[in-house]
Each structure stands twice: as structure tokens, then as C-alpha cells.
Ligand binder design. Structure first.
Ligand code: LLP
Length: 433
């Protein structure tokens, strides 16, 4: 293929470029995938995921560590396989995620189980699988886990999730480390909880963990949380309870709209320096990144159905909707939206609200976007690798989109488009009247 232009257009992320006026991910033109598989279509770059992971691996190199990908960000099996094969453990939050994790081939000892509402059945399932650690979020949960493990003749490996009361300075719905949040055990109750846990014969204390929020774009909140957690480790160990690993959670943000979060390797060299300075340089570190591993590796391709210019607003109606991409509706989140075929520079752009077909005013993907488009054109909603497909629903009986993984010049369908029959499968009709 002769390349007339190979522009990494100002607004494009790594692993994307316009070649011959066509948006390309790694070596694959996205238009071809849309034609082959239809739209809406999620497409992920393997190289983008591995490069994001490599930044963490560089930052933590030479230290005992485990990177547990928070699979809630994108739990598609092939995505899990990609990260597990590259060395990741997994952070799960349900029995369903445990099944996915095991199906993807993760070593059970590299699985950690987070979440405020684990059921007894999920605890038994995880103990049977032999997971590495339960991140416990309340005293009541700790006692139930102790009982369940004791009845099975096991000792459950536990870490207590502490709420460090640190402001992550992010959207209130994704901020989790403040006193008013439902997450973690309050700072002042942590030491007693550890002393109690250490005395339970169904439990084995292995770590401590925290997670202060998501889409964090500054280093300060991490340093504050680290200081508070290390203060606790000191106090807990002074009471005779050993802490093998310290889990600092996930939360590192990505560039959605010119955001400039620290690079994972730079962040971790700074955090490791702080740990070393405080005498914890050799302690095993766990982290639970989700969004920062997959978010900017994915796009959602969508076709423009109708142009609906109006007196107050111009609407661009596309075939992807809030059931596919719930983040704008839920958090007023911004995703870049770019044309798959690069428009000629002389074409005049119009300002559009990009909306989906779902019957809700909240069904929008982008507001006031300057685009020069016609019906039938393809658009790419960027930064759609995290918390899109994993949060997709069947609202309006819309089938969930198909997914494709790109690796160099190859592409593989990793999820078929969901059909109405798939959706009906678990339903039962009433008997004939
Ligand atoms: N660990 C725990 C305990 C968590 O609750 C989360 C995310 C993570 C790790 C991973 O955080 P990340 O590295 O992805 O920021 N749906 C929202 C994000 C919810 C995050 C929930 N917890 C969104 O679309 O922005």
C-alpha cells in the first residue's frame, strides 16, 4: 500500500494514525473491520495494552510485585488472556469474574478478590479455586469469611482494605477513598481489625490494601495514601501481625481530553522512592490497574445514521448508544470522536451533538463536536477500551456489540455480536392462555 499521508493527527493517541486518509489501528484500517463485522464495533490494540502494561513493569522492575489487572474495566476473555499471558494476575469482584479469570487461564494464586459484598457462595467458590487473597472491606465480612473458611477446613488469605480518607480529586462517582464512601475500613478501626483477624483460625493475614478512586491524574493523592498506609503497616506490625504485601489499588487516569496523568513508570519510581525512604523498599507490592491498561487501547466504531440539524441544536444520530457506551450518560464523561475517513481540510465542519438511537435524552456520546460528516460515514469513539463493553447493557433490546482484537496487521473477532435469540435464552414464556 502506498502511503500518501501518515499523519499522527494532533488528536490521535498512540497506535492510531491516518494513512491514506484512513484511520488505522496498528497496521489495520478500521473501515475494513467495520465493513467486515458491522457496527457498533469495539476494536482493541494488543500493542497498546502491552505497552501500557510495560510502563508498570518498568516502574516496578527489580521489586517483588504483582500487577493484578482490575478486570471490571474490560473482562472479555481474549483481553484477559492477553494480559494474563503477559504476566498479570487479576483483581476480581464477583464469582462471575472468577469464572472468567479461570477460563482465561490465570494462575489462581495470582487472583485477588475485591468488593464490599462478597456472598458466602462466592467465598466458597474462591477458596475452592485457591485464590491468592481476599481484600476484605468490613468487619462483618471478615467474620463471615472466617466462618466459611473454618467450615471448609481452610484458612482464607486476607488483606484489609483501608479507607485512607484521601481525596483522589476525581469525579465523585469514581472517588472511593474518602470517609463518606462505602469502601474500606475506616483508618481508625484498622489496627483492631488486624489484631482480630490474626486471632481467627479461618483467616491468614497476608496483606493490606487501599484504592482511592479512578481516573486519577495527579501524583499527590497516591503519595498521601501511601504515607497513610505505611503508617498503618508500622502500627499493625508493632502489634505482632506481619504484612507480606501492600496493595495500592488502581486508579491511574488516562488521556480522554488532553488529560495529563503521570506515566505509570514515572509514578512508580516516585512511589518506590517514598517506600524506600520509609524503610519498606523490599516489601512486596500489589497493584490493581484497570483503565490505564486497556482504556486507550480501544475504540468503538459507529455509523452515522441521520443528520438532524435544528434551530437550537444539530443532532448526529449514530448507531452506537448509551447501552454500548454508558460513560457519557453516567458520568458526563468525554470521549474524543473522530472520523474514520479523514475529511479533506477544505470541508466545512458543523457542530453536532452525537447521540444514539435509545429513547432517552441522556443517550448522548458527545456534545458540541465539530465534525464534517454525511449519513453512512463511520466515526471512532476513542478511549473506549475501559468501562464500555464491560458496562454495556441490553436496554431497548439492543444486542451487545461485537469485539475485535488487532495485533499488527492481523485482526481477530473475539466476541460475536449478540442476537435477540441470545437475549431470549434465559427468559421463559407464560404457558398458552
Ligand atoms: N481496584 C478496585 C478495588 C476498584 O474498585 C477499581 C475500580 C480498580 C481497582 C480499578 O480502577 P482503575 O485503575 O480502572 O481506575 N465505571 C467507572 C470506573 C469505576 C471504577 C471502579 N473501581 C468509569 O467508567 O469511569
Amino acid at each position: 500500500m502506498t502511503t500518501t499521508s501518515d499523519l499522527p493527527a494532533a488528536d490521535l493517541l498512540p497506535f492510531f494514525a491516518y494513512r491514506d486518509q484512513q484511520l488505522v489501528m496498528e497496521g489495520v484500517p478500521l473501515e475494513r473491520l467495520a465493513h467486515e463485522h458491522g457496527t457498533p464495533l469495539f476494536v482493541y490494540s494488543k500493542a497498546a495494552m502491552l505497552s501500557a502494561l510495560a510502563a508498570y513493569q518498568r516502574g516496578l522492575k527489580g521489586r517483588p510485585h504483582l500487577i493484578c489487572y482490575a478486570m471490571k474495566a474490560n473482562s472479555s476473555l481474549a483481553i484477559l488472556q492477553t494480559l494474563v499471558r503477559a504476566g498479570c494476575g487479576l483483581d476480581i469482584v464477583s464469582g462471575g469474574e472468577l469464572e472468567r479469570a479461570l477460563a482465561a487461564g490465570v494462575e489462581p494464586s495470582k487472583v485477588i478478590f475485591s468488593g464490599v459484598g462478597k456472598t458466602r457462595a462466592e467465598m466458597r467458590q474462591a477458596l475452592t479455586a485457591g485464590i491468592g487473597c481476599f481484600n476484605v472491606e468490613s468487619r462483618a465480612e471478615l467474620d463471615v469469611l472466617n466462618e466459611v473458611a473454618h467450615d471448609m477446613g481452610r484458612r482464607a488469605p486476607v488483606s484489609v482494605r483501608v479507607n485512607p480518607n484521601v481525596d483522589a480529586q476525581t469525579h465523585p462517582y469514581i472517588s472511593t477513598g474518602l470517609k463518606g464512601n462505602k469502601f474500606g475500613i475506616a483508618h481508625e478501626d484498622v489496627i483492631d481489625t488486624y489484631v482480630h483477624a490474626a486471632a481467627c483460625d479461618g483467616l491468614r493475614v497476608v496483606g493490606i490494601d487501599c484504592h482511592i478512586g479512578s481516573q486519577i491524574t495527579q501524583t499527590g493523592p497516591y503519595l498521601d495514601a501511601m504515607d497513610r498506609v505505611l503508617d498503618l503497616v508500622e502500627a499493625i506490625e508493632a502489634r505482632g501481625v506481619a504484612i507480606e504485601h501492600i496493595d495500592f489499588g488502581g486508579g491511574l487516569g488516562i488521556d480522554y481530553q488532553g488529560d495529563t496523568p503521570p506515566e505509570a513508570d514515572a509514578l512508580w519510581s516516585q512511589l518506590l522512592q517514598r517506600m524506600e525512604a520509609r524503610g519498606y523498599g523490599d516489601r512486596k507490592i500489589y497493584i490493581e490497574p484497570g483503565r490505564s491498561l486497556v482504556g486507550n487501547a480501544g475504540v468503538c466504531l459507529t455509523e452515522v445514521l441521520y443528520l438532524k440539524p435544528g434551530e437550537h441544536k444539530n443532532f448526529l444520530i449514530v448507531d452506537a448508544a448509551m447501552n454500548d457506551l454508558p460513560r457519557p450518560a453516567m458520568y458526563q464523561a468525554f470521549h474524543r470522536i473522530v472520523p474514520v475517513a479523514q475529511p479533506q481540510t477544505e470541508e466545512q465542519a458543523t457542530t453536532w451533538d452525537v447521540v444514539g438511537p435509545v429513547c432517552e435524552s441522556g443517550d448522548w456520546l458527545g456534545r458540541d463536536r465539530a465534525l464534517s460528516v454525511r449519513a453512512g460515514d463511520l466515526l471512532a469513539v476513542m478511549s473506549a477500551g475501559a468501562y464500555c463493553m464491560s458496562m454495556a447493557s441490553n436496554y431497548n433490546t439492543r444486542g451487545r456489540a461485537a469485539e475485535v482484537l488487532v495485533d499488527g496487521t492481523r485482526s481477530t473477532l473475539i466476541r460475536e455480536r449478540e442476537t435477540p435469540a441470545d437475549q431470549f435464552r434465559t427468559e421463559r414464556m407464560l404457558p398458552a392462555a
